[in-house]
Design a protein around this ligand. Structure first.
Ligand code: IMP
Ligand code: MG
Length: 173
């Protein structure tokens, strides 16, 4: 059996808290969510809906596909954009959303890629962080949960060899 780290209820509660905080921080400022595929698509959808329910409706979403891992748990350290944004983010407020801050190479790369497009502001939200695995410094503005040690986790969008993304909870594999 897999060990449950965060239940569906804990995740939904945390997503609601993050949505409220982000809605407050961007009050009166239209926001573009940039969700990194595939890992963050469920988190980003729930966050978008939670913000809407809390009255933050001036939000649009776009997606970016980054390939960063060739092998199961090893970072290739050479991320690349497989599919870029479809909208122009110049002079817009952008919130980058990823599933997990592991070594940090992917987020650092994606932040640099987005900054080249000259947004009015860029902040970063991750559902999970694994401080024990950090290899590069990256500025993260919002974090859902912090993991102790270096477990491989699955569920709520995160996969093991592409499987498990549909789990409503987050487990250690
Ligand atoms: P980083 O570049 O090492 O920070 O991590 C890049 C990507 O690896 C993350 O965005 C995830 O998609 C994936 N990843 C890292 N750790 C895990 C994990 O424990 N489970 C599932 N995917 C992970
Ligand atoms: Mg990812």
């Amino acid at each position: 059996m897999s060990k449950i780290l965060f239940t569906k209820e804990q995740i939904q509660k945390r997503v609601g808290e993050l949505a409220a905080q982000i809605a407050r921080d961007y009050d009166g400022k239209p926001l573009i969510l940039v969700s990194v595929l595939k890992g963050s698509f469920i988190f980003a959808s729930d966050l978008l809906r939670a913000m809407y329910e809390q009255g933050k409706s001036d939000v649009i979403i776009d997606f970016l596909t980054v390939a960063s891992y060739g092998v199961r748990t090893q970072s290739s350290k050479a991320p690349r954009i497989v599919c870029d944004l479809t909208i122009d983010i110049q002079e817009k407020h952008v919130l980058l959303i990823d599933d997990i801050f592991d070594t940090g190479h992917t987020l650092k790369f994606v932040q640099e890629h987005l900054l080249q497009k000259q947004p009015a502001s860029l902040k970063t939200l991750v559902l999970l962080e694994k401080p024990a695995r950090r290899e590069v410094e990256v500025k993260i503005d919002y974090v859902g949960f912090t993991l102790e040690g270096s477990p491989w986790v699955e569920g709520y969008g995160l996969d093991s060899a592409e499987l498990g993304r549909g789990r409503p909870d987050i487990v250690v594999k």
